[in-house]
Design a protein around this ligand. Structure first.
Ligand code: FNR
Length: 388
């Protein structure tokens, strides 16, 4: 394809051609009927920027601070489990691009590259995402490792008490116990129809590894068994009281990811969170729930001012980032956009995409007449149906 990718949609199309079907669907898909997945994106279109003219916008500044980290724009790369399989050591490539763009990269608990590998990329800090595991000894050990390699911001994900089911994964044979994940380690022969992806991940290179959890997985585990093992380790009995425990363990910033209702936002703040992320896990958990962006204003209202509010789900451009900030977000996270970009064009793809996000944010700010993130206020957007 000779297309020069510009938008997230462009990277998505290239990723679709390049990746084995099951892997593209794993990234692209959502739970059940994918109603929430579609809503997350669609609801941004109903937020209408209000153009303002004749102000001095000769110098626009997109930089801000998120959860203790200086950021070139109000954006962080969201944790994407198994993301490292999308290209050769893809999490390392994405971390490099995030460094260059001056935004935080978040490493998933269930990554391919380990905390130590990501830390070796540069001195720039990154964020680490944690799922609560049954074995609290393992949790404290992982937290110690994260702290030791310089992580100071922990993203604790709370919306995966059970794993949401995705029809696409079931159809493709990667959910429900058996199937293709299992073949990944034994050899890529079944993927010979995807030469570009095979080349990228390195047919003769290292087999996919189990990142942060490699040390705890029983020997000779294949990816299918790994998924099952991980499923058994996730602790569905976690409550807000466990966050108090976590709060004691973790001296850095604590972000709670996956609240969608104001009551839960308040509970997260009471439990000691420095920030919350309004999220429905990218429409991958409970299908049918409201879009994150539609819940953002209520959450911002409910949570004390001392607690930052981020959102993710459906952010596909710098303009969407602007819209979210206008509706009260301190910042946004993007999941699929970086996953598509790294699959399509590796580090260079993620870099180009982040540059485009920053440029678009700054254009939106200029054309709405503001020059700093702090000046982006609610009156710069109308909601469809409002009097514009
Ligand atoms: C995710 N997400 C996620 N979240 C998390 O806390 N830990 C994880 O390991 C993962 N894994 C994961 C894999 C894949 C393939 C996707 C697409 C998403 C959710 C992610 O962090 C984020 O909340 C959403 O991706 C945001 O929605 P968008 O930007 O993809 O629309």
């Amino acid at each position: 394809m000779n297309l020069v990718p510009v938008s997230v949609g462009d990277y998505r199309r290239i990723a679709e051609r390049k990746l084995p079907r099951f892997l593209f669907d794993y990234v692209d898909g959502g739970a059940y009927g994918e109603v929430t997945l579609a809503r997350n994106v669609a609801d941004f279109a109903g937020i209408v920027p209000r153009q303002r003219v004749m102000r001095d916008v000769s110098s626009v500044e997109t930089s801000t601070r998120l959860a203790g980290t200086d950021c070139a724009m109000p954006l962080a790369l969201a944790p994407v489990g198994m993301g490292g399989m999308l290209a050769r050591r893809a999490e390392i490539q994405a971390k490099r691009a995030a460094d260059a763009a001056g935004v935080p990269f978040t490493l998933s608990t269930v990554s391919i590259c380990s905390l130590e590998e990501i830390a070796a990329v540069s001195d720039r800090p990154f964020w680490f995402q944690l799922y609560m595991l049954r074995d609290r000894g393992v949790v404290t050990e992982i937290l110690d490792r994260a702290w030791a390699v310089g992580v100071r911001t922990l993203v604790f994900t709370v919306d995966l008490a059970v794993v949401g089911e995705r029809y696409r994964d079931i159809r493709n044979g990667i959910a429900g116990g058996t199937g293709r994940w299992g073949q990944l380690r034994s050899g890529p022969l079944s993927y010979l129809s995807h030469p570009r992806w095979l080349w990228d991940v390195g047919v003769t290179g290292k087999p996919h590894t189990f990142g942060n959890l490699a040390a705890y997985v029983p020997a000779a585990t294949n990816p299918t068994q790994y998924r099952e093992w991980v499923g058994r380790q996730f602790d569905a009995s976690v409550t807000w009281e466990d966050i108090a425990w976590l709060r004691q363990q973790w001296k850095g910033q604590l972000i709670i990811k996956g609240v969608l209702s104001p009551e839960d936002g308040i509970a997260a703040a009471r439990a000691g969170a420095d920030a919350v992320i309004v999220s429905n896990h990218g429409g991958r958990q409970l299908d049918g729930v409201a879009s994150s962006i539609s819940m953002l204003p209520q959450l911002r209202e409910a949570v004390p001012d001392t607690v930052s509010v981020l959102m993710d789900g459906g952010v596909r451009s710098g303009l969407d980032m602007f819209r979210a900030v206008a509706l009260g977000a301190d910042g946004v996270m993007i999941g699929r956009p970086w996953a598509y970009a790294v699959a399509a064009r590796g580090e260079a793809g993620v870099s180009a995409m982040l540059t485009a996000f920053a440029r678009e944010m700054s254009v939106a700010m200029a054309l709405c007449g503001v020059t700093s993130v702090a000046d982006i206020s609610r009156d710069l957007v109308a909601l469809e149906g409002d009097n514009r």
